[in-house]
Design a binder for this molecule. Structure first.
Ligand code: EZ4
Ligand code: CO
Length: 402
């Protein structure tokens, strides 16, 4: 089953997506997401210039060997651009294998370990009461788990707080916007948010919160410890994770479960965090961490150490990644939770899909392969538009983590 064609499709139905489409001599095709928010064209060029020529003529069924060939064969290992490109190839090959076997990908991965995948939605408000209302809106839609992000008194704009009610778009078109960050008002504010949410919405909902890598380990102890009586499902990205031992310090100060890893691209980024049980959820997802093949290895390592998965699922991961993540989530034993931020209507039209949401859970559907396609004619009507994630500075102008 030789690969005879490999094409990179860049489109921007409201935001940029890079999609790899592989076709075999049998006429089967498979899709892989290759979107790296704000650096999309680097992955597109990596694929077109350096990977596509290596794929033509290869046996599409040799998924593991192709992964190792692209990873080890390049000499230059790891890194977000490389690993996103490898992920796209890997995902497309699983899609093809599913279609060849006439089975949904989750069955190739060992079958369903659960009936459906618990997802969390994004409740965002401009202030505390607005956020309390937004959580209520999500609960009314059936969500069992909700991430709450709020504007903070004393900080002009807060990343991750949406402009619309259902989702926020992480990137903005044009050059990067800048926002100002101040840790102290944030630390003062966060405990009141969860006290108020429990008061209003009771004890049952799973409540999540994303710190977006903005604190130091000792600072992160406070928004971890203060809401402990309110049982946060988890605190996400309390600190940047390059320094893995930093998490030991967080562990000494709070029992709030910790999630990290949406920017990780390989098992080596989380090996120590997992083996020392310094985190509870690993957030790496298919598109940025080497595809289904590599993400399974991360999950299997995590399983040994009581760490569960919690795949990133913001709108900059295309419906192709969302479908792949759901097949992965359904199949692995130590699944924890899946982030879900619904795409806009244009995106959903460009990527017809079988996955569905009902009552707080998602399912990838039973279509062979991933169950997602791309309407290339429609995609061509939305050309690439430069866009970046915002950058974040402290009040004195010093660059901060975003
Ligand atoms: O910043 O998807 O949990 N979700 C997030 C996202 C990420 C973007 C990065 O491209 O933190 O908003
Ligand atoms: Co996040």
């Amino acid at each position: 089953m030789k690969i005879v064609d490999a094409r990179v499709i860049v489109c921007s139905p409201g935001r940029n997506f890079v999609t790899l489409k592989l076709t075999t001599e049998d006429g089967l095709h498979g899709l892989g997401d290759a979107t790296l928010n704000g650096r999309e064209l680097a992955v597109a060029a990596y694929l077109t210039e350096h990977v596509v020529p290596l794929l033509i003529g290869r046996d599409a069924r040799r998924i593991e060997d192709t992964w190792q060939y692209l990873y080890k064969g390049a000499y230059w290992r790891r890194g977000p651009v490389t690993m996103t490109a490898i992920a796209a190839v890997d995902t497309a090959l699983w899609d093809i294998l599913g279609k060849a076997a006439d089975l949904p990908v989750y069955r190739l991965l060992g079958g369903a370990s659960r009936e459906a995948v618990l997802v969390y939605g994004h409740a965002n408000g401009k202030d505390l009461e607005d956020t309390v209302r937004a959580v209520g809106t999500y609960a009314a839609m059936g969500y069992k788990a909700i991430r709450a992000q709020s504007g903070i008194p004393g900080i002009a704009s807060t990343y991750g707080v949406g402009k619309g009610s259902m989702s926020y778009e992480p990137a903005e078109r044009g050059l990067p916007p800048e926002s100002v960050w101040s840790t102290e008002p944030y630390l003062d504010f966060v405990p009141s948010l969860f006290t108020r949410l429990r008061q209003e919405h009771g004890p049952e909902l799973h409540l999540l919160h994303d710190v977006h890598h903005r604190l130091t380990p000792i600072e992160a102890g406070r928004p971890g410890r203060a809401p402990e009586p309110h049982r946060l499902f988890r605190m996400e990205d309390p600190v940047p994770a390059e320094l893995q031992e930093g998490f030991r310090l967080i562990r000494r100060h709070t029992t709030t479960p910790i999630a990290v890893g949406e920017v990780f691209n390989s098992i080596h980024d989380c090996q120590q965090l997992i083996q020392e049980q310094l985190i509870d959820y690993v957030r790496s997802t298919v598109v940025h961490a080497g595809g289904i093949t590599h993400l399974r290895k991360i999950a299997h390592l995590a399983e040994l150490f009581h760490v569960r998965t919690g795949c990133h699922g913001a709108t900059d991961l295309s419906p192709v990644c969302m479908a792949a993540a759901l097949h992965f989530d359904l199949s692995i034993h130590n699944f924890g939770i899946q982030e879900y931020m619904p795409h806009n209507d244009e995106t959903l039209r460009v990527f017809p899909h079988h996955y569905r949401f009902a009552d707080g859970y998602m399912h990838p559907g039973e279509a062979p392969g991933l169950g997602v396609e791309i309407d290339e004619g429609l995609a061509a009507r939305y050309p690439y538009q430069r866009a970046y994630l915002p950058v974040n500075r402290k009040e004195d102008g010093t660059m901060h983590s975003w």
